[in-house]
Design a protein around this ligand. Structure first.
Ligand code: IMP
Length: 457
């Protein structure tokens, strides 16, 4: 029975102890430097670039959800690098990237990515850490992803990487984690049970041929051996890092409207891509998060199926898609494009608790005569100022637009706010007013140099 007597509390620590008795991990949370960066639309907001810019001020970069469905593009020293699983701030020397427990890992894809980083001279054995609690994607997850998409009424348009089926197994407690992969005997037993179950499913539902257990075990045991040097207990790793005063930068993949809980369900991915996911997906406690920055494109894009209220008509779609190079970094699929949707942006600010937003690809709008911003939705006679949870309602909503003048000037060489044309500044101010948070960073091109911070950020 717990007692109210101070002497019987845990370690005698009753909250009145002198400072020296406060453990380093309790102090470490109050430093004010740990930032979460999240997509505030449907993914592909240009987070890779923003993370690359902001990671200069961080020590540890943490991926906390998703898998190789993501593609974060960074252009550094004239060369393009696309990160899928490894945190994208790693191109800066001396950083450490942690792949958190909330990530689902395709070992083959991860080993290939490690190989590409190594070829760029990055000492990956020192720089990359993998949580032993992260779940592993197997070929049967990808097979099921494809089969489910093919037979599902109302396709989601998944990336086909096996992400959803892997998270299904995690929730169903049939998943296999990195820790299992690194323990050959336990892995062999667990895999046998899972393969038997999957073979029953594949046969009964899809009349598909069975998985070869022995071949799969051999292949994945070898992957386990190759990944073992990178594997850590991520909770301990982060605690020790914070105790040493290291600054953390959490990299959200996908975007708020693709979050399994707060997105446009069922047209979402299978993880919590919002800022709350940073804690559960890494083991860092909520008290460790100091700031959240949402990333928005100056317009909107989405890949895959599902409603996109501000979707452009064909001619404008083609123009913006071409100018903005709006093709998926992972699948190469053309992205659907539309005007900036402030209802979506505000939803993202609310759900993530954003302190500020970074605006990317402002230059793509450089030659527009007029620019529209969606400020509300009309559903018949109803005016909606927030994103309806019923996706069928969102699909029939019509955007209510406000029209602003374009600037028809090149913004690609701007180095500070004052360099931007007045109409571009007005556009950004309107975004700030509608979202209720300041713009902290503006990107006007693909290179590292084409981005500048605003104010204290
Ligand atoms: P999944 O994550 O492959 O299951 O796909 C589910 C939905 O999320 C689909 O609409 C995908 O197009 C979308 N999606 C997944 N990853 C990304 C991303 O990195 N950027 C944009 N959309 C994504």
């Amino acid at each position: 029975m717990p007692s109210s007597s101070p002497s019987s509390s845990v370690n005698g620590f009753i909250g009145l102890s002198p400072r020296r008795r406060v453990q380093p991990w309790a102090r470490a949370h109050r430093r004010g430097n740990n930032i979460v960066i999240v997509g505030a639309q449907w993914g592909d907001e240009g987070k890779g670039k923003i993370i690359d810019v902001l990671s200069a001020g961080a020590d540890i970069l943490v991926r906390y959800q998703g898998g190789h469905n993501a593609g974060h593009t960074v252009i550094a020293d004239g060369a393009e690098f696309i990160f899928h699983i490894i945190p994208s701030g790693l191109l800066h020397r001396g950083k450490v990237g942690l792949i958190g427990n909330g990530v689902v890992i395709d070992p083959k894809a991860l080993l290939e990515e490690l190989g590409r980083l190594k070829a760029r001279g990055i000492e990956v054995k020192r720089a990359v850490k993998i949580s032993d609690q992260a779940h592993v994607i197997f070929p049967y997850h990808q097979q099921l992803d494809a089969l489910e998409e093919a037979t599902r009424e109302g396709r989601i348009g998944t990336t086909g990487r096996g992400i959803g089926p892997c998270y299904v197994d995690k929730a169903a407690r049939s998943g296999i984690r990195i820790a299992d992969l690194c323990n050959p005997q336990a892995f062999a037993e667990r895999l046998r049970t899972v393969v038997e179950e999957k073979n029953r499913l594949l046969k009964a539902l899809y009349q598909a041929p069975p998985i070869n257990y022995d071949a799969l075990r051999r292949q994945y045991t070898a992957y386990g051996r190759q990944l073992a040097p990178y594997v850590v207990n991520s909770v301990q790793f982060l605690q020790e890092a914070m105790a040493q005063g290291k600054r953390l930068l959490f990299e959200g993949a996908q975007g708020t409207l693709l979050d399994i809980d707060h997105g446009t369900y069922p047209y979402v991915t299978s993880s919590n891509s919002t800022a709350g996911g940073a804690c559960v997906g890494s083991g860092a406690p909520p008290t460790a998060i100091d700031h959240v920055i949402g990333v928005v494109k100056a317009y909107t894009t989405r890949v895959g199926e599902g409603p996109l209220p501000t979707e452009f008509p064909d001619d404008l779609m083609h123009r913006i898609r071409t100018k903005g190079k709006e093709f998926g970094a992972t699948t190469g699929r053309p992205r659907r494009c539309g005007w900036f949707d402030a209802v979506v942006g505000r939803h993202a600010v609310w759900v993530n608790g954003c302190d500020a937003v970074a605006v990317t690809k402002l230059d793509v709008l450089d030659d527009m005569l007029e620019i529209q911003i969606c400020i509300a939705y009309r559903d018949g006679r109803r005016l909606l100022k927030s994103v309806p949870s019923d996706t069928t309602v969102l699909a029939r909503c019509r955007p209510v637009y406000e029209t602003l003048p374009g600037w028809r000037q090149d913004t690609g060489r701007a180095g500070k706010v004052a360099d931007l044309p007045a109409a571009a500044r007005r556009y950004l101010q309107r975004i700030e007013a509608l979202l209720g948070v300041p713009v902290c960073l503006i990107s006007t091109g693909s290179t590292r140099e084409q981005a500048f911070k605003v104010g204290r950020w």
